[in-house]
Design a binder for this molecule. Structure first.
Ligand SMILES: Cc1cc2nc3c(=O)[nH]c(=O)nc-3n(C[C@H](O)[C@H](O)[C@H](O)COP(=O)(O)O)c2cc1C
Length: 481
């Protein structure tokens, strides 16, 4: 079942031993981010957990990071599903979005701070790459609204705190949030913008999905929840925000005002560039009583950013291939969790129907997304199991026959450090499509059949050998043996 709000989710996470409370008073300028770095850099995914900093020096609010995206396990707890159900739930949400519902009053506005009380210094906003980031950064969902259509958009855009009442937001070219903000500022009007912190988990999971223009991520969040997300009107701007959010920061993008933003440690593992970005005046901070501040951990992968972006966008690609492009034999998609997001490696599982079908699907996947590497395998491969995937790469992939290189692709060097820069301009990059589907009959698999293996399993158990769960890889193999 989806969680009612962030608190509900954190309670479930704690009950499952996946949330650790830190009681010591921490310094937001270096401690929370550095501990989060140890968590992501040193622990394997199955041991990672959310970090709950109960006491942050100088702030009345506790700080949480890594809870939603510590690992696929915490992501699925946030979604309220088993790992095997993730893509199915996402596909249903993407094909049957649910519109949000406006309500009169929400707990996200139990406390309303405006004017000089809307002071960002009250919040425990961390420095995420201590010693290297230029300032504390808000890393959460950013809501914008288009001036003409009234459609809202959610994305995560890193936001630098300039002073108590001003921020600079990384609204870069091409982003929907940027286009929505410009629909106001290009007419000389301030653009409404809001940072939503600690909403219902499904809203966070939906916010990083790369959706087509005019699709509001809140409707996909409603689809994930199976019910409308309840929204309230902001206090100082024309915008709707989730009613159960922990904290909402309201603001206005000032027409024409740009300042240098960055450097900030980016998800690819390098310090991101400094560019002129829009300046925003904060108009209000509203929050629940006893509110919890949430910030995503990004920077060196793996990170919360890579987990969230990969797991939310794998099903988006799957939906595009199956529903929009009619490739009904595509059964699964999974984006690499070690780099993450839309610039990484995606593995597509399918049943090719004709020679060249897998290459065609691979090419399309590369064309419709910024993903750099696409691997296509048969649907008898567990695409989340690196051992099985590697077996397919050796058993079914012939590099000379099955590799397609797509040249001359624009990739921002700041996001993909493998692309060279000449004279201050990014070189064009390239993509690779690997067809690791079986194209020749290699004969029978060298495993006994199920009946023999099942009899052996009885002996295994009666002899007290170590217990195990049969891996999906082994099931798939025995099904074909
Ligand atoms: C922690 C985190 C930080 C991010 N920071 C940025 C950012 O600063 N700028 C950006 O363009 N995308 C950033 N992203 C990725 C976008 O939020 C994501 O691609 C989103 O779908 C963009 O929405 P849009 O296509 O509606 O603009 C970030 C994602 C995460 C999880």
């Amino acid at each position: 079942m989806p969680h009612r709000d962030m608190r509900d989710f954190l309670a479930v996470l704690e009950q499952k031993g996946k949330l650790h409370r830190i009681r010591k008073t921490v310094d937001r300028l270096w401690e929370p981010a550095s501990l989060a770095k140890w968590m992501y850099q040193a622990l394997p995914a199955d041991r990672r957990l959310g970090l709950f900093f109960e006491n942050v020096a100088g702030s009345a609010f506790p700080l949480v990071t890594g809870a939603l995206g510590a690992s696929p396990e915490t992501y699925c707890i946030a979604l309220g599903c088993e790992p095997d159900e993730l893509n199915k739930i996402w596909l249903a949400a993407l094909t049957k979005p649910v519109a949000p519902k406006l309500i009169e009053r929400g707990v996200s506005q139990e406390v309303v701070l405006t004017g000089k009380d809307a002071d960002l210094n009250r919040l425990p906003i961390p420095v995420w790459t201590p010693g290297k980031d230029v300032a504390p950064y808000i890393t959460t969902m950013v809501f914008t609204r288009h001036a003409d259509t009234g459609v809202q958009n959610i994305g995560v855009y890193r936001t630098q705190v300039k002073d108590a009442h001003t921020v600079i937001c990384n609204l870069g070219n091409g982003r929907q949030g940027t286009m929505y903000a410009r629909s106001h500022t290009e007419r000389g009007k301030p653009a409404p913008i809001a940072w939503v912190i600690g909403a219902e988990p499904v809203v966070h999971l939906a916010s990083v999905a790369n959706l087509p223009p005019n699709a509001d991520e809140i409707t996909v969040a409603g689809g994930l929840k199976g019910a409308p997300i309840e929204m309230v009107k902001c206090k100082t701007i024309d915008m709707l925000v989730p009613a159960t959010a922990e904290i909402v920061i309201e603001g206005e993008v000032i027409p024409g005002a740009m300042e240098q933003e960055g450097p900030f440690g980016e998800f690819a593992g390098f310090m991101g560039p400094v560019n002129p970005r829009p300046v925003i005046r904060i108009t209000a901070i509203t929050h629940r009583k006893g509110a919890i501040f949430y910030g995503y951990t990004s920077q060196m992968p793996p990170s919360e950013s890579t987990v969230l972006q990969s797991l939310s966008n794998g099903p988006v690609i799957l939906k595009q291939l199956r529903h929009d492009l009619g490739e009904l034999t595509v059964s699964d998609c999974h984006i690499d969790l070690t780099f993450g997001g839309m610039l990484a490696h995606v593995v597509v599982a399918m049943k090719p129907m004709t020679p060249g079908h897998a290459k065609h699907v691979g090419r399309m996947t590369a064309e419709i997304s910024p993903l750099k590497r696409v691997t296509v395998v048969d649907d008898d491969i567990d695409i989340r199991d690196p051992v099985h995937l590697d077996w397919a790469m050796n058993a079914r992939y012939d590099p000379a026959r099955d590799t397609i290189i797509i040249p001359d692709v624009f990739v921002p060097q700041s996001m993909d450090p493998s692309v060279r820069v000449r004279g201050g301009v990014s070189d064009l990059g390239s993509k690779i499509v690997i067809d690791a589907t079986q194209s020749i009959d290699s004969g029978d698999l060298s495993l006994p059949k199920w009946d023999v293996m099942n009899r052996a399993l009885e002996t295994w158990k009666s002899e007290g050998l170590p217990e195990f769960t049969i891996p999906k890889r082994v099931r798939y193999r025995l099904d074909r043996a």
